[in-house]
Design a protein around this ligand. Sequence first.
Ligand code: SF4
Length: 323
Amino acid sequence: MYPTYLDAFNSGKLERLAEQAFGMLESCAICPRQCKVNRLKDQRGFCKTGSKAKVCSYMPHHGEEPPISGERGSGTIFFSHCNMSCVYCQNYEFSQAGEGREVGAADLAGFMLELQGMGCHNINLVTPTHVMPQILKALCIAVSKGLKIPLVYNTGGYELPEMIRLLDGIVDIYMPDMRYADPEMSKKYSHAPDYPKYNQASVKEMHRQVGIADMDDQGIIKKGLIIRHLVLPNHISGIAKIMKFIAQELLPEIYISLMSQYTPYYKAKDFADISRRVTLGEYEEAETIMHQNGLYNGWTQDSGGLERFAGVHIKSNIRKNDP
Ligand code: SF4
């Protein structure tokens, strides 16, 4: 059945999985931080989140990649806090400062159903890693009340592959970032020196589960992997290594979203190398590296969709007079 979680719900797997994942919060090691705090007793680890998920907002989002937002919007739920701590965080008010309110499983299920009722194409879970168990509990309730649109797992990509493996048969669409290739950079800018290792292993697992993007006849993604790469100034992200990894370890048909919108928010002004926006020259160089690896923004050239998607998510934030 589609979405894939309907089978898991009908077989009882979803409920068992939700219980299993929720139990892991007793000594939380569900992400690479391995804090081992008892979140069931509301102890807080790196992500500052206890037994309840905190939500900043939820709404139909029309600014995601075209296959995600479509005509009717993506039913986006922005979770507060994060297991990363990027000095340039673009969502720092809720991701780092924790704006939002704690909600129980029934409330979270209600948000999902409300978004479906608004006609959204999917439920887009933004920064879900640290609240995955809470999401599964809410999903059980929502499905029992008629939820039937796919989940988008929209993650910064600092994930344990074994936790992603648990989501096999639950999530249809993965949209991870691949932020860094170099541990020195991920340590300096996101306090996560092991990010590249876990990120690459997790993206491989996502790809194993859902494969390349499969679109319906309206161009809306039904299932598959979309990899986001935010171009950072001064080659901080290590795009050459990341594109090589994608081309060699995954498939050239992978849908890539090469993003130009980096803006030096939050503490970025304190770091000389990332204290400015990306130049047009840097973005074009990133595009060239991507193409040299046989990869393209959106669809591959061969699919004929390149023109349709390229340019939608890019360059709009680069000023015309940038060098
Ligand atoms: S989810 Fe939060 S508490 Fe659990 S290991 Fe990760 S950062 Fe630590």
